[in-house]
Design a protein around this ligand. Structure first.
Ligand code: ZN
Ligand code: ZN
Length: 609
């Protein structure tokens, strides 16, 4: 299961079953045969060639993924492909050379396929594979985070998945666990050889995360082992290997702590590396600098809008008090006041569940996008292993998970102390809760997922473009309000602007910290004073920006690209523009980068003119 949280690192992979993928390529093959058997008709030649090309590319993709899993067995396991569960790659120079040759060989293979001869689905797959391969080469040769980011070395997550997975019997999973452990000491020895002048922040993170994961080997594995029927002798050998693994992890943490690191690298990526990482990770039609400039302008626009609404609402909520000179202070007072309208802790879950059918009804009424009634969203109470993270998230099965459901997990606040619950409920107040449902569920992430499943592509579920996925969810928030969701209430708009300010400032923060030396004090001013966030939220964001790069930009970048594209089309098409058709067409390309969807949609429009 992969889950998508509204406030975490949105690591997300759309639902896809391997079964479905196999069926699809088989179907393709079948169609090809039918066309060939009647191809004496000369008018079908070009169609025939295209299908031929596509079929060739389909088998290339299948081979490519098989090869990919040999190079990245851990990634394979995490996607539900379990052939290489027992393999742990030692991250040494030899393994990097293997990655490089894999990437270079496949870049050559890709050149065989002329983009123009491929279907739209394969065109985008082709470009996404190419981007992934370039990313591998660039990361090893230029970014070189394997030298400065010790938190890249951590094995416990992958081992925990082997223990907790339910795709195979416990005995089979434990045997893989045992075999995979054999390389743990060599893994950490190679890590030590790689590390050079690491950043202080990533070193700290690596120690915390590695020490936090030792329990997988010392406790969890031991507990599970007792439930198996392995012989006593074998159990002892397994226990000994687990101990050696735990020792290697502790030793790595100790080594990091004692590391003589007189000239640590800055956690700030710097302008050049940042620009390139943005290009590779986001695949936007804009550069990082352009997006930053747009975000700054958007922040000023949001402030103007928010102040206008604050003035308008002042009399209704705060009559008798003076509106502060400082417009930011005035906005904050109004936001605090409006946040008092919220559900009670014990009705948090039911409030979320009740809104889903209302959203569907609104979309139907306004004719905004087709919602497939045969695929209703399954709302459930969050499972125990997610407990503690209130709010809501989407869990979708990975690409190889044949029969998995997609769930909307709704958290519970039971057991929270009063003050913590109150602060949380004010944050996810009456208005924001609705925007959250739009973002996570309908017509946000869940709806996008349903559409992307209609053009199945294993490539897109593995390399799906995060800026497109997040951008769509953020775009739908505004689109719903523009179409009258929330009755155009001033309060709803004010809260929406505050919410939108969060993604906008994520981008400003990320760019400023990594390329413009923004200090922590300046960051706090941005997040707390200008974006009206709580201090805890801002502190957590600072921590996140100091150990990640570019990722925080995906929300705003995707949103602004989709919005700009829609406005561009509206202008071009005038009265012929239809919002519902735009949404359905846009989503039909799957989780591809917005710039490629734009290109394909414009080309199709011009060809049918
Ligand atoms: Zn309250
Ligand atoms: Zn999201």
């Amino acid at each position: 299961m992969v889950s998508k949280e509204f406030n975490g690192a949105h690591c997300f992979l759309p639902l896809r079953s391997y079964n479905q993928y196999m069926k699809n390529s088989f179907l393709h093959f079948f169609i090809l045969i039918v066309i060939c058997s009647c191809s004496d008709n000369s008018s079908s030649v070009s169609e025939n060639t295209r299908t031929n090309r596509d079929s060739g590319f389909e088998s290339y993709k299948e081979n490519f993924v098989e090869e990919l899993w040999k190079i990245y067995p851990g990634w394979a396991s995490s996607q539900g492909y379990h052939k290489y569960d027992s393999v742990l790659v030692i991250p040494d120079e030899a393994s990097r050379q293997k990655e490089l040759s894999f990437a270079k060989a496949n870049l050559d293979s890709l050149k065989v396929y002329d983009l123009n001869s491929l279907s739209d689905n394969n065109k985008t797959d082709h470009r996404m594979i190419e981007n992934q391969l370039n990313s591998i080469i660039w990361s090893i040769n230029e970014l070189r985070s394997f030298e400065w980011n010790p938190s890249e070395y951590n094995v416990s997550g992958a081992f925990a998945e082997l223990l907790n997975g339910n795709y195979d019997s416990l005995d089979v999973r434990l045997r893989s666990f045992y075999l995979k452990m054999a390389n743990v000491p060599a893994y950490y020895e190679a890590a030590k050889k790689n590390i050079k002048n690491p950043t202080v922040e990533h070193t700290q993170l690596a120690m915390e995360q590695n020490l936090g994961g030792v329990s997988v080997f010392e406790k969890d594995f031991h507990d599970v082992l007792n439930k198996t029927r392995f012989g006593e002798h074998e159990k002892q050998a397994m226990e000994a290997t687990a101990k050696a693994s735990a020792d290697a992890i502790r030793d790595f943490a100790k080594w990091l702590k004692e590391l003589d690191n007189k000239t640590p690298r800055s956690f700030r990526l710097g302008k050049d590396l940042y620009a390139k990482k943005f290009e590779i990770d986001i695949q936007s039609g804009y550069t990082a600098e352009q997006i930053y400039q747009k975000a700054l302008k958007h922040k000023a626009y949001l402030h103007r809008k928010m102040y206008g609404l604050t003035e308008k609402l002042w009399h209704k909520y705060l009559s008798g008090t003076h509106i502060p000179e400082d417009s930011l202070q005035a906005i904050r007072l109004m936001i605090d006041k409006i946040s008092e309208k919220h559900v009670e802790a014990d009705s948090f879950q039911s409030a979320i569940s009740k809104q889903i059918p209302m959203l569907v009804e609104f979309i139907k009424q306004k004719d905004l996008i087709y919602i497939d009634p045969s695929k209703p969203l399954v709302v459930r109470k969050e499972p125990d292993y997610m407990a503690g993270v209130a709010g809501a998230s989407i869990s979708a099965p990975g690409p190889y998970d044949k029969n998995g459901n997609t769930y909307y997990n709704v958290g519970s606040l039971s057991g929270w102390d009063k003050a913590k619950a109150e602060s949380y409920l004010r944050e996810y107040n009456h208005y924001i809760l609705q925007i959250l449902n739009i973002h996570e569920a309908i017509p946000g992430h869940y709806t996008q997922l349903v559409y992307s499943n209609q053009s199945p592509s294993l490539i897109k579920s593995l390399f799906g473009n995060n800026a497109m996925i997040e951008g769509w969810a953020v775009y739908t928030e505004r689109m719903m309000l523009e179409n009258g969701y929330g009755n155009n209430e001033d309060e709803m708009w004010l809260m929406y602007y505050k919410w939108n300010m969060r993604s906008t400032c994520n981008t400003i923060l990320d760019y400023s910290v990594h390329t413009k030396d923004m200090t922590k004090g300046e960051a706090m001013h941005l997040l707390v004073d200008e974006a009206f966030q709580q201090k805890t939220e801002a502190e957590n964001k600072w921590r996140r920006v100091s150990v990640t790069q570019v990722q925080l930009c995906c929300y705003y970048t995707g949103y602004t690209e989709i919005y700009d594209f829609r406005e561009e089309l509206k202008k071009q098409m005038g009265d012929n523009f239809n919002l519902k058709k735009f949404h359905e067409k846009f989503l039909s390309y799957g989780s591809a980068p917005v710039k490629y969807i734009r290109e394909l949609m414009l080309a199709e429009m011009n060809s049918t003119k």
